[in-house]
Design a protein around this ligand. Structure first.
Ligand code: SF4
Length: 419
């Protein structure tokens, strides 16, 4: 439905694409409501929560860039590189997501400092009132109800929903697997296990708790709460994230049970394909029986399991405070290659840390794994490089470039992104 009055246009239930493609322009996926005002276009999800904002004026930084509000109630600015950066080479995506919180990005761009972006972050709060002021007498009741809903779902209501989400989950989602970039980080979150096996000293996203699986009843109750919060917007989801930092270690029964529940919950989305994402660790990967991979492969979805390997050099692992042996990392890497080879719809990916100051042996081992390890070029088994510190972009890019030249696996940077 399209309604237009003066300089305001409202389109309800605008149908976007049914699957995501990696493109260098804004692509709407799912079903949204669109409100066009002088200077801005605002997109709302099926609950009436603000989702995207794009500027229309000449002061907007770039016509292909936009803002997105996440379920964790933070804003992400999609930076296009503005014709000067080979972002796709480094990220596997056409956009650099810029966050309002500290991440491990090498880029020092701050779009949030731009006046037009600040204006956008203010304008959405006024948008329903501005639009109502432009309505003609006798405007369709669906339109007036929609604007009323937007007023109800203002800043305070959205903040409250996010607080409730953390309460229902029993924790925050401080980091999503890098593979969730394939669904633009739009996931149904469900925590099946807390904590992790190692509590490495270098890690900035750990919960600090030791590993503990949740019971089936707890997970079921949690899912009920999450679905209640996603509410009408559930139709815009075709992916689930099973958290937290080592869901693979929860074991086959918990994993498959939770995955099945999530996929059932996602059954009515018109979006194509289904995805499942989770983290694993060196020891949960090495300890996972073959039957677990067979069970994952039988699920009606593509499954991505991301493993933090960090380094195959013992001195570097010790420096990072990661209590695993370099030999185990090498073994886990080979296991990853093996699983990726045998299970078409399961992909195990890996993370390694990068920093120009790490020991030379770290780089030597990494080059060996990426070049000689796979034996031939492979399209599965993406390796993500996670900068230990932001900045020093030229040095990092130089190092990454030489690794990319040798790597027989897809190789990209990992940007720490919250839910
Ligand atoms: S890197 Fe992974 S295993 Fe280590 S503390 Fe962080 S979440 Fe836990």
């Amino acid at each position: 439905m399209l309604y237009q009055s003066g300089e305001v246009a409202i389109e309800l239930d605008k149908q976007g694409e049914l699957s995501r493609r990696k493109v260098s322009y804004p692509m709407l996926v799912g079903t949204y409501h669109r409100l066009t005002l002088p200077g801005f276009v605002l997109f709302y999800d099926q609950n009436g929560d603000i989702k995207y904002i794009r500027g229309r004026g000449r002061d907007w930084p770039h016509p292909s860039e936009w803002l997105k509000r996440t379920r964790g109630n933070t804003w992400v600015y999609y930076f296009s590189g503005r014709y000067t950066e080979d972002l796709f080479d480094w990220l596997g995506e056409y956009y650099l997501p810029c966050f309002q919180y500290a991440s491990n990005s090498l880029w020092r761009v701050d779009p949030f400092a731009e006046e037009a972006v600040q204006k956008a972050l203010a304008v959405w709060k006024e948008a329903p009132f501005l639009a109502e002021g432009q309505l003609e007498p006798g405007a369709p009741s669906r339109i007036t109800r929609f604007l009323h809903r937007l007023r109800e779902r203002g800043e305070a209501a959205q903040e409250e929903t996010t607080r409730e989400l953390w309460r229902v989950l029993g924790d925050r989602i401080r980091v999503l697997p890098p593979d969730t970039r394939h669904v633009d980080y739009e996931v149904l979150p469900l925590i099946i296990a807390d904590g992790c096996l190692y509590n490495c000293s270098f890690c900035r996203v750990k919960s600090g708790r030791s590993f503990h699986s949740r019971t089936r009843a707890e997970v079921r109750e949690q899912l009920r709460g999450v679905l209640g919060l996603l509410d009408q917007d559930l139709v815009n989801h075709n992916a689930a994230f099973l958290g937290l930092d080592d869901a693979l270690n929860a074991g086959e029964e918990s994993l498959i049970d939770a995955a099945t529940m999530c996929l059932h919950a996602l059954r009515d989305s018109p979006l194509r394909e289904r995805y499942l994402f989770l983290f694993g660790s060196v020891h949960s990967l090495l300890g996972a029986p073959e039957g677990l991979w067979r069970s994952l492969a039988r699920l009606p979805c593509r499954t991505y399991v991301n493993i933090g390997l960090e380094s195959a050099d013992q001195a570097t692992l010790d420096q990072l405070g990661k209590p695993v042996r370099a030999g185990e990392v090498g073994e886990a890497f080979r296991r990853m290659l093996d699983i990726n080879e045998r299970y078409d719809r399961v992909e195990v990916s890996a993370n390694f840390v990068v920093d120009p100051d790490l020991p030379r042996a770290h780089w030597r081992e990494l080059e060996g794994l990426l070049g000689d390890g796979p034996g031939r070029t492979r399209s599965k088994g993406t390796v993500y490089l996670s900068p230990l510190h932001g900045g020093r972009k030229r040095e990092h890019i130089h190092l990454l470039h030489s690794l990319k030249m040798r790597s027989r696996l897809p190789l990209y940077l990992y940007l720490i992104q919250q839910l």
